[in-house]
Ligand binder design. Structure first.
Ligand code: CUA
Length: 267
């Protein structure tokens, strides 16, 4: 069979093009790590997100030495959490869903870009090597506030990165016969256990309580102080847990004493 020279050239050119296309796709996925947004996650009930184990509390959590998971909820017209904070040299898997209507989750300046669809969970794994700040924008029209819908992603130095949350619950006023209960709740979103000491300074007293919070868990401790030991009046207190510090004032008030001021009703 005789094939015309031009026909041969076109055939070779077409073959080369096909090989080039396959090579670019292979290079993109293997060399550059470009991947499709994963849609293998199970569906969620968008109206019941607050009860969902992952999306009830949008957050970043450590799952491996340099591996993290971020659970992100998009809603009119913001993202939770905001800002999203991850450390440098980390590999972060984002799970993104929407609470109300279709939004998107796009990290400006990167190729991270997915729709956020109520009921569906988009999954993407991204590596962040260097410290930086990125904007997060919504590029699906979602309502009158669409143009204002933005968030932030902070890639912070490893030593500044912190996955421990503290909350303090104390009374503001107690009676002299009571015990003032200072409760500190510590949430550990790291993989490793956290060993720490809660230090309470109130009046002349310094009280310490050791606490171990298992990885991924929340623990609390309560330090009781006899109000009688403090005496009536206002007492400044400070609670310190590692870098965390909170201060306040506790008043020890004798209700009977107030009655005395008004007259001798009791006698
Ligand atoms: Cu959300 Cu546009």
């Amino acid at each position: 069979m005789n094939i015309h020279t031009y026909e041969k050239l076109w055939l070779v050119a077409a073959m080369l093009l096909i090989v080039t296309f396959i090579a670019t796709i292979t290079y993109g996925s293997v060399g550059l790590g470009i991947a499709m947004v994963g849609d293998q996650q199970p569906t969620v009930e968008p109206t019941e997100l607050s009860d969902d184990e992952r999306f009830g509390d949008p957050r970043v959590e450590q799952v491996g030495e340099n591996e993290y998971e971020a659970y992100v909820v998009a809603q009119t017209f913001r993202y939770q959490p905001d800002p999203i904070e991850v450390p440098e040299n980390s590999q972060v898997t984002f799970y993104v869903t929407a609470r109300d209507v279709i939004h998107s989750f796009s990290i400006v300046g990167t190729n991270v870009n997915t729709m956020a669809i109520p009921g569906e969970i988009a999954e993407m794994t991204v590596e962040f090597d260097e410290v930086g700040e990125y904007g997060v924008v919504c590029n699906e029209y979602c309502g009158p506030g669409h143009h204002d819908m933005e968030g932030e992603l902070h890639v912070v130095p490893a030593e500044e990165f912190d996955l421990v949350d503290h909350s303090v619950d104390t009374p503001t006023e107690v009676e002299p016969d009571d015990e003032a209960e200072f409760t500190v709740e510590i949430r550990n979103r790291q993989l490793d256990d956290l060993e720490t000491t809660v230090v309470l300074e109130v009046g002349d007293e310094t009280l310490e309580e050791e606490l171990v919070v298992a990885g991924g868990e929340t623990s609390e401790t309560t330090i009781g102080v006899d109000a009688a030991d403090l005496g009536e009046g206002d007492h400044d207190w400070t609670i310190t847990v590692d870098e965390f510090e909170e201060t306040g004032t506790l008043s020890v008030v004798d209700p009977d004493a107030e009655d005395d001021d008004r007259g001798d009703d009791d006698e």
